[in-house]
Design a protein around this ligand. Structure first.
Ligand SMILES: CC(C)(COP(=O)(O)OP(=O)(O)OC[C@H]1O[C@@H](n2cnc3c(N)ncnc32)[C@H](O)[C@@H]1OP(=O)(O)O)[C@@H](O)C(=O)NCCC(=O)NCCS
Length: 156
């Protein structure tokens, strides 16, 4: 099954990494998945650039694109899917899925335990602080933190 994964050179995958629907996952060179990473495309494409790593216990859903030179710290969730909840009279698990692509541009560092919600773009060169919940698009070279994530400062 994992032979359907499209990897570049020097792909590293630790023990206990789970990749669902590997035919929907493609990546550049020098990509690492550390212990316990869980990848679920949910029938959509996941693309990962070169020199990007996912630290232990990251959980990522599709559709998703992550650029080159990104550092995704431990326990980060990139949640491209959520439960629609418009109708309070129906169980949320029976309502449509809210599935919107997350885009992480190049050279982004996402700190430990951060969560990115559906449809968000994080601009190039940005840092997402540990524990943040990102609910709005992030401009390039921003340092963000908190719940919901707010601008701490610009890098340039
Ligand atoms: C976001 C981060 C990079 C900011 O570092 P920094 O630029 O040195 O910022 P500072 O420590 O000078 O803090 C600046 C302000 O942001 C606040 N801040 C820092 N990190 C924050 C975070 N994660 N969430 C919310 N606020 C944060 C500080 O309290 C400070 O606020 P103040 O000005 O009101 O006192 C860093 O705090 C962080 O979260 N790093 C992630 C670490 C990590 O997850 N490592 C895992 C292995 S890679």
């Amino acid at each position: 099954m994992l032979e359907q994964l499209r990897t570049g050179k020097n792909f590293n995958s630790d023990d206990n990494v789970k990749i669902c629907q590997p035919h929907l996952v493609s990546m550049g060179d020098n990509v690492s998945f550390y212990y316990g990473v869980y990848i679920e495309p949910c029938d959509k494409e996941i693309t990962i650039g070169s020199n990007t790593h996912f630290a232990p216990y990251c959980v990522i859903y599709g559709p998703l694109s992550v650029g080159d030179n990104c550092a995704i710290a431990a326990h980060v969730t990139l949640a491209s899917v959520a439960h629609s909840h418009a109708d309070p009279n129906r169980p949320m698990v029976e309502q449509a899925t809210d599935q919107r692509k997350i885009i992480i541009e190049d050279d982004v560092w996402i700190g430990a335990n951060a969560v990115v919600t559906p449809g968000i773009t994080i601009g190039r060169g940005s840092i997402i602080g540990a524990g943040a919940v990102v609910t709005k698009d992030v401009e390039p070279y921003s340092v963000m933190g908190g719940v919901p994530a707010r601008l701490i400062r610009k890098r340039k």
